[in-house]
Design a protein around this ligand. Sequence first.
Ligand code: PRT
Ligand code: ZN
Length: 224
Amino acid sequence: MDQNRLRIAIQKSGRLSSDCQKLLKGCGVKLNLREQRLIAHAENMPIDLLLVRDDDIPGLVMDGVVDFGVVGENVLEEVVMERRSQGESADYSVLKRLDFGGCRLSLAVAEEFDYQGPQSLEGKRIASSYPWLVKRYMDSKGIKFKSVMLNGSVEVAPRAGLADAICDLVSTGATLEANGLREADVIFRSKAVLIQSAATLTPEKQQIIDRLMPRIHGLQLARE
Ligand code: PRT
Ligand code: ZN
């Protein structure tokens, strides 16, 4: 890989990918996105895109493998807590909070569950893909619970008897409703963010990002 090309990690396919690609396109970056490629080269600027799972983006930035990344704050915060718990570095800076990928991480319970506040979950099993964010919230309330880690199908856990409650991302609420669940408390509000590695950029790379940032600010303003 050319050391003078700016490296940006974005989600390969998922809820953030089309907005990310639109953002880059809006900045004048001409992409050559062939299917199934890990790396896509911009045609008109010294920029390489790494197309990966969103979960890998914070680590790639924190390990300095890429210079920048676009990821949901939910994933970012979870990875920060996980890495710190393992004594790994978790340094980065947020260059811009973006206007897409908005969602909330919420506790949800079955319709018939008598929820009087998070204290109703004392000693209960909570299924989530975000164990660290759940733990931080429950610790802040002084409530003990049992963590059930699930990377998918979290919303079926109560019905399947795997958990008493869940903590999952919500945007419209349709998924919760379809599964007989009710949003009980919002524990984290998230949007996509553009983050930068803590490593110092070469002057060449700094020049590229200095050219891109005003365009990103302009695009976001135009949509507000
Ligand atoms: O394959 P990869 O690991 O890259 O993707 P992924 O499946 O882990 O993530 P993806 O593409 O689903 O989401 C990427 C990011 O989009 C998340 O980390 C959030 O920051 C953001 N985002 C915004 C959402 C949602 N809205 C969202 N609604 N991510 C997930 N959901 C899911 C939620 O988990 C639930 O299953 O959508 C369902 C709820 O939606 P509603 O509208 O029914 O409430
Ligand atoms: Zn993911």
